[in-house]
Design a protein around this ligand. Sequence first.
Ligand code: ATP
Ligand code: MG
Length: 137
Amino acid sequence: IERTFSIIKPDATRRNLTGKINAMFEDGGLRIVAQKRIRMTREQAETFYGVHKERAFFNDLVEFMTSGPVVVQVLEGENAILRNREIMGATNPANADEGTVRATYGESVEANSVHGSDAPETAAEEIAFFFAGSEIT
Ligand code: ATP
Ligand code: MG
């Protein structure tokens, strides 16, 4: 059993899609073992997306991620990291497979409704960045 870190992004919370996206995770075999709705600070967003610091889209991305509430969550299941990425679909909603979260709800490559960890090391780091162990159950 594996855990991954997920974010329901501001474009999705703004459109009241938290429940619909959570249903896609649960129907896809993932269990929500921790979840909270927060407003990310600029510092949190800059640190969280630090690997993209040199990219042209970095400032817009930080602006977007702090533009409204997000739901941060820990998802658990068999191969949760890969499974979650399958449920999310490709980064750019235009390239995402039908039935995925991003194909269904994504508005653009930036406002693509969800984030999911890409590897076990980043999943562990990202979970620890937002959650205490005692918040996960
Ligand atoms: P995430 O890390 O959010 O799960 P990902 O791993 O599919 O998505 P990354 O390459 O890690 O994609 O990019 C992180 C986020 O940065 C994307 O989800 C998207 O919101 C934004 N992003 C990526 N590429 C672009 C781009 N070319 N223009 C604008 N925003 C982008
Ligand atoms: Mg990524």
